[in-house]
Write a new protein. Sequence first.
Length: 608
Amino acid sequence: MEQRYVGEILVRRGALPPEKLEEVLTLAHERGSRLTDVIIAGRVVDESLIVRALADEVGLPFVDKLRVESVPQELIELVPISFARQNRVLPIGEVDGVVQVAVADPLDSFALDDLRTLLNRPVVAIAAPGEAIEDAINRLYERKDENALSEAKEGEEIEELQDLIDMTDEAPVIRWVNNLFYNAARDRASDIHIEPGDREVVVRYRIDGDLYKSKTAHKGFLPSIVARVKIEAGLNIAEKRLPQDGRITKKIQGRVMDVRVSTIPTAKGERIVMRLLDKEKVLLDLPDLGFDPDLLSLMEHLITRPNGIILVTGPTGAGKTTTLYACLNKVNRPDLNILTVEDPVEYELPGIGQMQIQPKIGLTFASGLRAFLRQDPDVIMVGEIRDQETADIAINASLTGHLVLSTLHTNDAAGAITRLFDMGVQPFLISSSLLAVLAQRLVRRLCPACRQPYAPSDADIQSLGLDRATLLKQFEAHAKAPVLSTPPKAPPKAEEDGDVENEPTQVTALSSITIGAKGPSEPVFYRPVGCSACAGTGYRGRLGIYELLLIEEPIRRAILANSDSNNITKVAVQRGMRTLRDDGARQVLLGRTSVEDVIAATQAEDVE
């Protein structure tokens, strides 16, 4: 009856569509959950609309955001963090002896009664979205723990021989470590670095490829922090002399995060790096990766081939695995058997068999790939080709009717071929099995809220390997919107796929290409500025730049002649291949990134 009453309030206040009421009531009954939790989890309506509607019903004021700077620390000291999080309540101020309390559920009077007891004074409720309250709780208790971890006196050190288990049971250390994960997820960080210094422990986050200093703690707390992380990752807390690797699974604001942990001993103490992977992150499709329309058509054609090898190259962190997953998503159909061997399995793909290598027990890329050939596969993804054995098995698999996708660590597309030469693979095997090599890099995406247009100088244009006449032609080509591109013919897909083959794909040029003051053909570049939306960096997110080397007849002849990567690249460019810097110039023209980022990402390229 209470659930229906709440639902009727939301319908009457316009926060819930009437046709959705019975559906969410049934779900709440089946799951044994509160109606509002089911609505929020199912993204039926925004949480702020629900809280506002319930606040209006009982006559409470409503605020969208909470200002944590003005919250008295003495109020936070009186409320345990577990109580605040469980009930989603938070004292935010005091006026004339009455404490103002932010609540996410305006109908929950029991939590307010408990707060009156904890605070020993009267309280008045103010409604706020649960997400805003959770964010404020983390910020305020993080501030409290920062103070606790920084209060050690000068020269004072914690006794390192103290029982590490007892040390990590200290609530401030536990909360301090937990807040590392919360802040990393909030700031879109991909890595957390915990680095010991001479007098303090420094935490840095990698955001959009760059490291930013986040917080510090007194050096004496390093053993507590390291031990806490090790316990969560299932590592040996007594072993400080050897590197260790582990894994943590965290749930942060309803999102499941997989954390890969690496520890190494240094002269100043153990250093920790943690890689964050969002297990519930929506996987990207090929069109979302930023390919040029023509390049996208070629990639979609290549991954429908029945056999051959497609390699993706680039340094660590260049997004190679994301590209391979996007390819697998594109070809994933019930009539195909797709298998992957990875190190580690980063994201789980429905309908695809994924295996993680275990070198300690002899399960390597080579042995896993060899076992796959007895599993009747159609498509195989190998996380990385590291040695001749893996390369030979992958080539033999492609020659016997399998499509193989894999990665190599090389600077450019042509470098993958010479890398295979170095591994001992015969040139005739490479030329007969390799379909294409895709080299890629990640560049930072300019923040659309604060990017600043400017007219490029000759130096800017030359740094991209272009001249002004060529740039004007490219600009005029990009500025014509929409552009229709017809993909090449590919083998027909199964009927149940529902795709229409060879249908023109509409690609609309971005609005960032504007008309300059000097005339209709004047290109405009953009530079970073910095605002609150991008935390003052001028960038928000990253995008890929690509170089696709198709193994055509002239390239095959160059491979059979044992040509080096420079000669192969020259032949490919003559055949129309766009280099990494050329594609970076395209993204600059589209207003998506800056000249400086493209130059930094492609600095090893020999631009003529």
